[in-house]
Write a protein that binds this ligand. Sequence first.
Ligand SMILES: Nc1ncnc2c1ncn2[C@@H]1O[C@H](COP(=O)(O)OP(=O)(O)OP(=O)(O)O)[C@@H](O)[C@H]1O
Length: 558
Amino acid sequence: SHSLSDISVLCSYVHLQKLELPHNKIQLSCVSHMPYLVVLDASYNEISNFFEFQPPKNLKEVNFSHNRMTKMRDLSAYASLTKLVLDNSFSEISGLEQCCRLTHLSLAHNKISRISGLGGLPLTHICLKIEGLEHLKSLQVLDLSQNRITSLSGLENLHLLGSLNLEKNLQVSEIQECKHIHDLLLLRDLSLVENPVQEQPDYKLAVIFLLQHLTVLDQEAVTVEEKVSSVNMYDPPMDVVAARDHITHLVYQLMQPQVLYETLPSADSPYPMLVLTGPRGCGKRELTHRLCQEFNEYFAYISHTTRGPYFGEENGLDYHFVSEEAFQSMIHTGKFIQTIQYGGHSYGLTRDAVEDVAREGLACCVHMELEGVFSLKKTYFEPRYILLIPTQAEKYIGHLKARGLYTQAQMDAAVSRIELYANTNRQRPGFFDNVIPDWEDAYKTLRQAVKEYLLLEEQEEGENNNRASPDNTSTELASIRRREQLVREAIVGKSPGVYSQLFKSDDSRASSALSVPSSAGAFSDLAADQLAAAVSPCSDRRPGSNVKPILPPIPTGR
Ligand SMILES: Nc1ncnc2c1ncn2[C@@H]1O[C@H](COP(=O)(O)OP(=O)(O)OP(=O)(O)O)[C@@H](O)[C@H]1O
């Protein structure tokens, strides 16, 4: 950096192997006298003639960046080159065909419109414009900074690419461009600094989400928190969706004047519910209604929706059909326990609707999508969850078509969610209390499971019930009878405290989700003394009697 212009004195240094003269104003004719030169750095000079010296036999690395070169020439005589930095004003790249050892080529800051003759080179690092790169399959580092790149198309097949520099292109403006490099699984380092795309809302999280293997973005390490936030923003897991739904309704509810519900129990005295879940159109709606009709002394159903009624559906019977505005206003006034958006409509279960059913001395029976189940599991309700899952895709699709209610997209969406349900069942033992595959005979199986829940089998079969086996001693039989009687009283006796025992979760439930219906014994597992306490006149289990606040008390001084 001494603004040298005459270096002819070096002509006598014939054994020089390394010449570094950046930031001067030199010409390079003296290099012709250096046959052993290996490294030449002549960057930031004002050289306009390109490789106009006798080729040193072993010249490997040449840096000509930031000179005044505009035109390439044939470099066959420089076949030993391995690294060549040509960040200049070239518009066309050619003449490198014979540089068969060239692995690093930098062509940033150029105005290149055409590249030819690179196909046969062993390049692993390159910096240039995108066109013509498709065949450079061994590229690992690509520096395309300060060009005029508008699209990343053309990079799709560079599967070994680990680093991509697109700084200061001023043209890349769409996050969607990242889809062209989405499949480059080795890409770890991407720089889009000073591109308009950085102005897009949530740019960083969006890019991190699209390119989840990135470790460095715009020269900054991608943190674990950013990775988690990006997934939570663009593809939140069910747990996160449910937690958000739950928080929303809890906060809105807490903002309202608090209502002491007459019958709904509290956090330590959960209210019984039966929830049928499964992908859309698996028949859970019809099954729910059939159950509520047959077991009308036990169950009632009610949910809200913003979708219009199907043919034959009645307001207040099939759903409470409400407008989107009314639904939103109900959310904001803390009415809901849980809600979901599904197929462009909103669905939700309100506290008042459950309270209405509870006041009748009945248990709620609802059907819902998996998101609803996750959300409900965050509340203090403790339903029995029954999963209805189609096992044969063709049959299921045929069934959806036969309904005539759904568009192709809706059917595809429903089919694609079968796996979601199956996975949840596989990966979370005990998440569902029963699993009923397919809908043929589903009602029979469901009815059987519900009867077992309600102990109706015993009522019908009298002495022959399977729990009171001939082997039981008279004391055991008396105990079983007493417990069963207590449960029956609890169900029909409008005694909400007892609801806490009915359907109460216990460890035995965990195993049943793994197999097709097997909930026999759910009631028999209840401890007699628990039940006795629940219905005993002197045990004060009425709602509100020992209600604990949902949130812990705020310590003094805060
Ligand atoms: N409160 C709720 N929370 C979560 N999901 C719900 C709720 N109410 C209804 N759903 C579910 O929303 C989906 C769409 O309901 P809709 O009544 O439009 O369904 P459908 O097309 O008749 O299908 P299905 O026969 O499975 O109910 C169904 O899977 C239904 O179970």
